[in-house]
Design a protein around this ligand. Structure first.
Ligand code: SAM
Length: 327
């Protein structure tokens, strides 16, 4: 067991989210990555050996949880190779993946065999037209991927839904029933101001408190403080109506949301980002290529520079979307 990595506030930092690409085959209206025209390695992105070098260094330091994300990580043709290289790292407790699921069906079992233990799938609506309106993608493709994930034997599967006022609040109850029917937890996430698109605006913002009211409030949602649903900040409840486990992630409305933050992000272009909701980044890629610093030194610097809290409620102006930062 390695000694804990502590930031200046004493928070234990043990979770690295790694964006494998800033590209995505969907175009969620609150995210809006550039149009996708096929994946190719970008010189300003970390290569596969560089990625593996940095993640290996992170696990040697004390990062126990690695999540592969993006953009859409399934766009990377070498995803299985990356996964196989990581699965055997000593001190790694969990290796997980976030995906929109639309390309998961043919590869789900191979990913599980390659070492992905748990998987988060984004699902903002069940009605196919609404799903397309929000994401630009196909619900049928999502559902094929979701089914394949259920059959593939992952230790845990979770559904993530971004709350969108006037768009998907009528879907919240059906989504909870969908989760119950398939025996997976669902988490509702507050929209964070991360994109410069007009849809970034507060018009779409729906708080977790309002979402809880839509679902019946405390009459229906029974707190499950001991439920261990992963490494993140979700608070979990059991829905009395369906039996589903329902989590809420309220980055904007939860007091002290950042008090338990345990994450550092590695962007696809090789920047270490101590906080999603603040612009500060450390240029790991150039330091690595110039040989000026080791990844261990830069990871320690990122932890030392981890701010107390995000600036989402105090004027954060996004400069690039979540896809670039690693969702
Ligand atoms: N493509 C993968 C996926 O769909 O899960 C991984 C990357 S995606 C950026 C990760 C998660 O971030 C998704 O659940 C997505 O809905 C969420 N997300 C993106 N932009 C967001 C925003 N502005 N606020 C809240 N969540 C956001």
């Amino acid at each position: 067991m390695l000694p804990a990595l502590l930031d200046p506030l004493g928070r234990k930092i043990n979770y690295l989210r790694v964006s494998l690409t800033d590209q995505c085959n969907e175009r969620c209206l609150y995210c809006r990555p550039a149009a996708y025209h096929g994946w190719s390695p970008q010189p300003d992105h970390l290569s596969t050996p560089e990625l593996i070098q940095v993640i290996t260094a992170a696990t040697r330091l004390g990062f126990e949880h690695i999540r592969l994300t993006g953009g859409e990580p399934l766009l990377r043709p070498d995803l299985l190779e990356i996964t196989r290289s990581l699965r055997t790292l000593p001190h790694l407790t969990s290796l997980s993946l976030s995906t929109n699921g639309t390309r998961l069906a043919p590869i789900a079992r191979q990913l599980q065999q390659a070492g992905i233990q748990s998987i988060n799938l984004s699902l903002d609506a069940l009605q196919p037209e609404l799903y397309r309106k929000i994401t630009g993608g196909s619900f049928d493709d999502f559902f094929a991927g979701f089914r394949a994930a259920l059959d593939a034997g992952f230790t845990q599967i979770k559904i993530n839904c971004v709350l969108l006022r006037g768009m998907n609040q009528q879907e919240l109850r059906p989504l909870v029933h969908f989760a119950a029917e398939h025996h997976v937890p669902i988490r509702f996430i507050e929209l964070m101001p991360l994109t410069l698109s007009p849809q970034n605006g507060q018009d779409l913002f729906l708080s977790i408190q309002d979402a809880q009211e839509f679902l019946g409030g405390s009459e229906t949602l029974i707190p499950k403080p001991d439920y261990s649903g992963g490494q993140g900040p979700a608070r979990y409840f059991e829905d009395k109506v369906s039996g589903a486990i329902v989590g809420f992630i309220g980055a904007l409305t939860t007091p002290d949301f950042c008090a338990s933050c345990n994450k550092i992000r590695l962007t696809a272009d090789g920047k270490l980002r101590p906080c999603l909701g603040r612009h500060g980044e450390i240029d790991l890629r150039n330091a690595l290529r110039q040989g000026s610093h080791t990844p261990e030194e830069l990871l320690r610097e990122a932890i030392a520079n981890k701010p107390k809290d995000h600036e989402f409620s105090t004027g954060y102006e996004p400069s690039r979307p979540m896809t670039a930062l690693g969702g």
